[in-house]
Design a protein around this ligand. Structure first.
Ligand code: FMN
Length: 199
């Protein structure tokens, strides 16, 4: 059974108003409908008091930070969603990618969603998020979903084209998982040991 984990990186304080959360919930629902044996869970990062990365080894984090690390490690596939902030992904999402072990996403299918005010930063998905996932040796779906404010009316995602793209993304991550060539991960990167000076 595929364990699909969603990571929503919007720090939006307005309860239930995050466009990013709305989008990832929809994509996860499509994944679950496509294959009912898929288990889905979304971590809305703003709801958790995650420690800042300070360079320690990932297993040394405690509490909810450790719980989130473990859930990411245990996931078979992920959907990652972020609002565009200054042409890139948000700080709380960056922090999670700084904290998790280097091999936490290796060989896993990952689908990407970005929300933004306008279409100006569409390529940030290609230049910012895909290289990051590349470092982690994840299999990123080529087609990401980029959503702008005009695709919503208040708290509702109304653009039928975008809704269909979210369906394709949700279904795509399940399909990719079913066909993953784990033996074709390619070469591993250099082994990087985290060293913390104690004095
Ligand atoms: C600090 C900040 C920076 C932003 N930077 C960008 C940006 O560079 N490009 C853009 O299109 N939208 C930008 N936005 C708009 C958000 O990406 C957009 O409103 C998004 O849908 C918010 O998602 P949320 O409702 O899930 O928080 C920015 C918003 C904030 C608060």
């Amino acid at each position: 059974m595929l364990k699909l984990l969603g990571l929503s990186g919007s720090p939006s304080v307005k309860p239930r108003c995050s466009k990013t959360l709305i989008a990832i919930e929809m994509a996860m629902e499509f994944a679950g409908k496509f294959n009912p044996s898929v288990s889905t869970e979304i971590i809305n990062l703003r709801d958790h008091d995650v420690q800042f990365c300070d360079g320690r080894n990932p297993e040394e984090y405690e509490g909810v930070t450790q719980e989130i690390i473990k859930k990411i490690q245990a996931a078979d596939g992920l959907l990652v969603a972020t609002p565009m902030y200054r042409g890139s992904y948000t700080g709380i999402l960056k922090n999670i990618f700084d904290i998790i072990p280097n091999d936490a996403l290796a060989g896993k299918p990952v689908g990407l969603i970005a929300t933004a005010a306008s279409d100006h930063h569409y390529l940030a998905l290609e230049h910012e998020l895909k290289p990051l996932l590349g470092f982690f040796h994840a299999f990123v779906l080529p087609g990401s979903v980029y959503i702008n404010n005009d695709h919503y009316s208040e708290k509702t995602l109304i653009d039928v084209g975008i809704i269909d793209r979210l369906r394709q993304l949700g279904e795509g991550v399940v399909r990719l998982y079913e066909h993953l060539p784990q033996e074709a991960l390619g070469a591993s990167g250099p082994v990087i040991i985290r060293k913390v000076l104690t004095t």
